[in-house]
Design a protein around this ligand. Structure first.
Ligand code: FAD
Ligand code: NAD
Length: 482
């Protein structure tokens, strides 16, 4: 920086450590608030190139959605186009081109962050950051050069890493995590997936649609145990119909690479079972990542599960040190981290900032998509609160039928006493887009009557929410009121 002493160049109002979807929005909002900001990020892609964007942009949300889109298009040529009267004699899969498209999207998005930083005036620093006492940050560039930085406020946004199983340790290219499964250069003939969670279902779907035989081993006896069980049952039915072989109550005891194959041993509660696959993906959750982040004198505490301890406003145990995103409690979702980043940056600037943790949407990008917000029917029942339920099947939606995607339903749960919407659960076409209306409604504490009286364009998928709201009071027009 011209005309500035080195000491000044190394002093910031805010230093953000981690440039994923939690950290980079925190840095941009802090700069928008007129503060002098640096964002440190150490991510390197497989080719050694550094990139902002963290897991989400480089190895998570964006590359997975790119492959989900490509594989879905291929699947539809095989299973849906004929119904539209479109005959394709020989659609073939070019995995190299799919991967190239995915990488181009990722590169564009991650380079976009540098452009956003430039526009907002954030100083990007690529390398490792470590927090010491007194809000001093040791920065080590990728070239090994070290700088001692100081800040008024430090925001920790170091993210998460995949959990490794002792019984199925990663051994690329045969036993891989989600990043490995996003980078397969060819469609495996037989793919095993441990964990029927969000990653297992999304990546299992990608490779199944492209022709792999996919077996998903899930330890729990219930499918999507954390979701509304009516929703989960409907989703399971559709995913099984697509050929995903989902085995519940399956506890893996060993996975061994033998030549080009992986032998998996698991118990299904009755007997020991064996499965041989060509590739095995382990997707059993993620853990907070804080390696070499905190020096002994940082004053920042971790909880018993390794998350950075924070209060409801993301303050850590050290004054003026904050933590956001996957490295703190709450769902590991990009949009949750982003809102925490914005809240913290606004609070640092003395502005208002709050998060409504009750109204965070979840989306699983399978086909049909699965999305929800608020409480499940099981949670409401357990709370003892009296409730009403409205449901609308996409089979009765003209738009869904026209799209040849009339599967699933929208379901609204509302309180019996004051009609407030308590939860919305959708399995169906573009459920991830439709849920936004429910999120907004719940953010404003809407009643089902509010949705009933809101005009929805016809014919749209969103009408399913309108009709589900009407069905809460058994006044739906386009479905039988049961
Ligand atoms: P991260 O994205 O992990 O970013 C943390 C960054 O900090 C990284 O770049 C890391 O290198 C850097 N870092 C860590 N320590 C240091 C240090 N000491 N110094 C410098 N830099 C450091 N979520 C969704 O909401 N929607 C989705 O569709 C979705 N799909 C996903 C698909 C997959 C396959 C995976 C794996 C995850 C997906 N997620 C999705 C989850 C989402 O990616 C995470 O919730 C999100 O990335 C968390 O953001 P974060 O900024 O907290 O952490
Ligand atoms: P997850 O928590 O969603 O699912 C893990 C699954 O593995 C669970 O069903 C669990 O019961 C099962 N499991 C755990 N141990 C097992 C074992 N030993 N054997 C068999 N099954 C076992 O975790 P994930 O799918 O790895 O995803 C990690 C995180 O990334 C999640 O928190 C998720 O929110 C996030 N993510 C989000 C999206 C999205 O929003 N669309 C997509 C991908 C990932």
């Amino acid at each position: 920086m011209p005309n500035e002493s080195p000491a000044n160049a190394d002093r910031f109002d805010v230093i953000v450590i981690g440039g994923g979807p939690a950290g980079y929005p925190a840095a941009i909002r802090a700069a928008q608030n007129g503060l002098r900001v640096a964002c440190i990020d150490e991510w390197k892609n497989r080719d050694g190139s550094p990139a902002f964007g963290g897991t989400c942009l480089n190895a998570g949300c964006i590359p997975s959605k790119a492959l989900l889109e490509s594989s879905e298009l291929y699947y539809r040529t095989q299973h849906e186009f004929a119904a539209h009267g479109i005959r394709i004699s020989a659609a073939t899969v070019d995995v190299a081109q799919m991967q190239k498209r995915k990488s181009t999207i990722v590169r564009g998005m991650t380079q976009g962050i540098l452009a956003l930083f430039k526009g907002a005036g954030v100083t990007p620093l690529q390398g490792h950051g470590q927090l010491h006492g007194g809000k001093r940050v040791e920065f080590t560039g990728h070239d090994g050069a070290r700088r001692s930085l100081a800040a008024q406020h430090v925001v920790l946004a170091s993210g998460s890493a995949p959990i490794e199983l002792r019984t199925a340790a990663f051994r690329a290219p045969h036993i891989v995590d989600s990043w490995g499964a996003l980078d397969f250069p060819a469609v495996p003939r037989r793919l095993g997936v441990i964990g029927a969670g969000v990653i297992g279902l999304e990546l299992g779907s990608v490779w199944r649609r492209l022709g792999a035989e996919v077996v998903v081993l899930e330890a729990l006896p219930d499918f999507l145990a954390f979701a509304d069980q009516q929703l989960a049952k409907e989703a399971l039915r559709h995913l099984k119909k697509q050929g995903l072989d989902i085995r519940l109550g399956a506890k893996v005891s060993a996975a061994t690479v033998r030549g080009e194959e992986v032998d998996v041993t698991y118990s299904d509660g009755r007997a020991e079972q064996r499965l041989t696959v060509d590739r095995l993906v382990v997707a059993v959750g993620r853990r907070p990542y804080t390696q070499d982040l905190l020096a002994g004198d940082s004053g920042v505490d971790l909880d018993e599960r390794g998350f950075i301890s924070v209060d409801e406003h993301c303050r850590t145990t050290a004054a003026e040190v904050w933590a956001i995103g996957d490295c703190v409690r709450g769902p590991m979702l990009a949009h949750k981290g982003k809102e925490e980043g914005v809240m913290v940056a606004d609070r640092i600037a003395g502005r208002f900032g709050e998060i409504n943790y009750q109204v965070i949407p979840s989306v699983i990008y399978t086909a049909p998509e699965i999305a929800w917000v608020g409480l499940t029917e099981e949670q409401i029942k357990a709370s003892g609160r009296a409730y009403k339920s409205g449901i609308f099947p996409f089979a009765a939606s003209g738009r869904a039928r026209a799209m040849e995607q009339a599967q699933g339903f929208a379901k609204i749960l509302a309180a019996k006493d004051d009609d407030q919407i308590l939860g919305v659960h959708i399995v169906g076409p573009l459920a991830g887009e439709l849920i936004a209306e429910a999120v907004l409604a719940m953010e404003y504490s809407a009643s089902s009557e509010d949705l009933q009286r809101t005009i929805h364009a016809h014919p749209t998928l969103a009408e399913a929410l309108h009709e589900a709201a009407l069905n809460v009071d058994k006044r739906a027009i386009d479905t039988l009121n049961r």
